[in-house]
Design a protein around this ligand. Structure first.
Ligand SMILES: C[S@@+](CC[C@H](N)C(=O)[O-])C[C@H]1O[C@@H](n2cnc3c(N)ncnc32)[C@H](O)[C@@H]1O
Length: 274
């Protein structure tokens, strides 16, 4: 995959030389090219921004340098067209599905906005994708590009040491991953679950699936609603629901007993509390 990144801070992208993404580049699986947007300015101050039409605070990135940069980059390979990605808080929320979709592309171009963002006409003309990495506002698109590119790069063939690990990751099957453990067997008094040491691969797989379901139900119930579930999965979820009900009944019984011992029985049930 080829990935071009246009930014006014090319050094922000240097972490892409490290670790897994760095190795993917050394092996030639990924070819990241970082460009300084100011190279496409024509004035002596290398200006990339101007005041917003309609007034208001901050500055907006001018369209001309972006158009010149994107035209030159896109024309650098006449045999194909890149998919142009603009990170923005107004974009489609980034997800593992989205990363998988981008990992199938041969060529991506990232446009890193700064200030109040890029003139909207550039987005209308060039963007194939507007992506948000979350409901918060960063100072620029560089960190968002790092996030997106790392999520995409680890899905490229041969990038992960063990190709099975991407398939086991959280979100790949719609659920969070089960908890993981390594040596020592006992640490601070906490023991690794016996099933993981049993050597029974089918039992380990069942345990992991059940843990993934429990964890996802507790932390991200929205994901469970959309996950593909087997009959065995549904049985696990019913067992969890029964446990939760049992726990709630026990807790409420204990609270009533404590209230009655303290002579507060009526306060808890009073209409004022409802
Ligand atoms: C200060 S932000 C501009 C925010 C813009 N005024 C708004 O309210 O939507 C500057 C740049 O950071 C990037 N950015 C900020 N938050 C982001 C997010 N959550 N996801 C992706 N990119 C983001 C975008 O490239 C954006 O153009």
């Amino acid at each position: 995959m080829r990935a071009d990144v246009v930014t006014i801070f090319p050094t922000y992208l240097e972490p892409l030389r490290l670790s897994l993404v760095g190795r993917a580049q050394e092996r030639g699986t990924l070819d990241v090219r970082t460009h300084d947007l100011r190279a496409w300015t024509s004035d002596v101050h290398r200006t990339v921004d101007d005041a917003p039409y309609g007034g208001g605070p901050g500055m907006v990135m001018r369209p001309e340098p972006w158009d010149a940069a994107l035209s030159e980059i896109a024309e650098s390979d006449p045999t194909r067209r890149p998919r142009v990605v603009v990170p923005t808080p107004a974009g489609r929320p980034f997800s593992q599905r989205h990363a998988e979709e981008l990992a199938r592309e041969p060529w991506l171009v990232f446009c890193c906005g700064r200030y109040e963002g890029i003139d909207s006409r550039v987005i209308d003309t060039w963007a194939d994708d507007e992506i948000s990495i979350g409901d918060y506002v960063l100072a620029g698109g560089e960190v968002a590009t790092l996030v997106i590119l790392e999520a995409v790069a680890r899905l490229l063939p041969g990038v992960l040491g063990n190709s099975a690990s991407a398939a086991d990751d959280s979100f790949s099957d719609g659920l969070l991953e089960a908890p993981v453990y390594t040596r020592p067997q006992v640490w601070r008094g906490a023991e690794v679950p016996a099933v993981l040491r049993s050597g029974d691969h089918a039992a380990v797989a069942r345990w992991r699936r059940a843990q993934a379901l429990r964890r996802t139900l507790a932390r991200r119930p929205d994901l469970v609603e959309h996950a593909e579930l087997s009959d065995a999965d549904r049985a696990v979820l019913e067992a969890v629901a029964a446990e939760v009900q049992q726990h709630a009944a026990t807790a409420s019984g204990a609270a009533l007993a404590a209230d009655s011992a303290a002579g507060r029985g009526s306060a808890r049930d009073s209409p004022d509390r409802l």
